[in-house]
Design a protein around this ligand. Sequence first.
Ligand SMILES: [Zn+2]
Length: 214
Amino acid sequence: MRCIICHSQKQQLLQDARGARFQVCEECGFIMRDRQQSLGREEERQRYLLHENSRENEGYVQYLQRFLNESVLPHAAADCRILDFGSGPLPVLTELLREAGFTTDAYDPFFAPDTSYTAHTYDLVILLEVIEHTSDPAAVIQQLSQLLNPGGIIIMQTQLVTRQIGAAFTSWWYKEDPSHISFFTRESMDVLARRVGMIAGYPGKNVIKYYAKG
Ligand SMILES: [Zn+2]
């Protein structure tokens, strides 16, 4: 059994009070929910429909606006092309970006499954609360890194596992969502960035940016 991020064999198994099983990498800290216990495709889709992430939810729109202002707009030239990867049931982030004048494509395996985004290249690729849902994050990031224009940036937001959480992982609220299956530490984010020939930066809490080298 190896870590799917750093490939180390030093893995520890954890089980929480409800019997959910996790594999913890002692090398890079990446934590993986037992894939045998992952939701089925339809269960996963239903789970996303429970999120009240609509335009009418003022708090959600404010959260998105803050994310855009702090983490996206500083990198966004007027003519840049942006991919909202994992855009969700209601692509509010995509809408806000388009309203701000940016050419923006959206992809979501459940709700916007058109893969024509693969025919384009991007200056910015955004994964907002997405990477924790992916069963093979390395494959996803590898694919997206190949769609970047020179100088392009991958911008992610996910709850990072810190040293404190690591010790108390089995009682961490974030892992209670059964659609959260991949949990990163900074170290595992660094390893993944290196695998795709990029460099990770951490400009804000739980915000991770992958930049081109050099
Ligand atoms: Zn690892």
